[in-house]
Ligand binder design. Structure first.
Ligand code: TXA
Ligand code: MG
Length: 347
């Protein structure tokens, strides 16, 4: 075990020591299949309070509770799982699907931002489940970044944001998915998709039928052939320090538009985040390749890392090529729109 700014960095053979910190109501970040999470004992007000402080997270933004086994869900919800929940759990857990369910009194209100519902998921990541099992506790874990920064897909990102602010970090591999879990609200009659992720809108509909899409996602998905609506997103998120402009619409016109914007921008400290197919179309700017337009899964796993890398290069302004909003593309475009804080150019 080494230390960086007082934070203990555990390797994957040191899970017991990491679990001990969690049992002592201290904070430990760990990898999951989606992004790194910042864990704390979900039953302890004091431990959960530390998460909000370390991340500088607004107190009204509730946390996801992570479990190691399906049967543990009954320890934190009130009432019984309904048919829809049972179907989704048998289909997608362990995995990148978070369900919002009515909560019981064992989970303190501070963990749920005062709501009477609780978000819960089981990560599809052996090491994460082992760590949770060792504690014997439900573990509250938001993404392990400073609030507003891109979510961490590598231990390095967690160290950059949180070393010196938390007690421990389990240093695992780069995450497999690189986008946070799909969040589905099942606490009411009508299921509502609150955050798109690797478990897609289409997969959810195939499993439980119609679901509503929350306006905050900023992307209308159930009407075909129409332009994206003006997003109703309230704040900038997943953001690098640089300004971000997302150019979306007809993919054959995107590069021309970005080159025009580059010309008109009046600065020369620019970055472009583009698809592999278009990488040679941009000159005299820092180009970062998200991946092939044909491989959205690969792209999903790169975007947060690339946004952070742009910051290290110190560019002032980043143009990003938009992608299709089908399948995991919906989740990617949701994150890119938030990173752009609403600065979207349609072509
Ligand atoms: O993949 C993930 O979900 C990662 C890994 C670590 O598991 N975690 C994560 O947590 O992304 P976080 O805190 O960054 O995002 C949790 C999201 C937030 O948008 C929050 O508002 C929503 O889930 N959420 C949590 N509890 C909720 C509740 N009771 N009702 C509605 N939304 C809730
Ligand atoms: Mg987050």
């Amino acid at each position: 075990m080494k230390k960086i700014k007082g934070t203990k960095i555990f390797n994957t053979n040191e899970l017991k020591a990491a679990a001990r910190l969690l049992n002592n109501n201290q904070l430990v970040a760990f990898p999951t299949e989606t992004v790194y999470g910042l864990g704390a004992n979900a039953y302890s007000k004091e431990a959960v309070q530390k998460i909000f402080r370390a991340k500088k997270r607004p107190a009204d933004n509730p946390l996801i509770i992570h479990l190691a086994q399906k049967k543990e869900v009954n320890q934190i919800i009130s009432g019984k799982l309904d048919k829809r929940a049972k179907k989704l759990i048998s289909e997608f857990w362990p995995g990148p699907l978070t369900l919002i369910l009515p909560k019981n009194n064992k989970i303190p209100e501070i963990a749920t931002g005062g709501l009477d519902t609780v978000a819960v998921r089981i990560p599809d990541h052996t090491l994460a489940r082992q760590l949770i099992s060792l504690t014997g506790l439900p573990i509250a874990a938001p993404s392990a970044n400073l609030s507003g920064r891109p979510s961490p897909t590598m231990a390095k990102h967690v160290i950059d944001d949180l070393a010196g602010r938390i007690e421990g970090i389990v240093e695992g591999e780069q995450t497999l998915i690189g986008l946070e879990s799909t969040v589905l609200d099942l606490s009411q009659e009508e299921p509502v998709l609150l955050r798109p992720g690797a478990i897609t809108y289409e997969q959810l509909i195939d499993t439980i039928g119609e679901i509503k899409v929350d306006d905050n996602i900023g992307l209308k998905v159930n009407q075909s052939g129409q332009k994206a609506l003006a997003p109703g997103m309230k704040y900038r998120h997943y953001s690098p320090l640089a300004e971000v402009i997302l150019v979306e619409g007809d993919k054959s016109r995107i590069p021309t538009m970005i080159n025009q914007l580059i010309k008109d921008s009046g600065t020369n400290n620019l970055g472009v985040m583009c698809t592999k197919e278009n990488k040679d179309l941009y000159k005299d700017v820092e180009v970062k390749v998200m991946g092939s337009r044909e491989d959205l899964i690969g792209i999903g796993n790169n975007i947060f890392r690339l946004l952070r890398e742009f910051d290290e290069g110190g560019v002032d302004l980043i143009y990003i090529e938009g992608l299709r909003k089908k399948g995991i593309g919906l989740a990617i475009m949701n994150r890119l729109r938030k990173a752009a804080g609403n600065q979207i150019v349609e072509v």
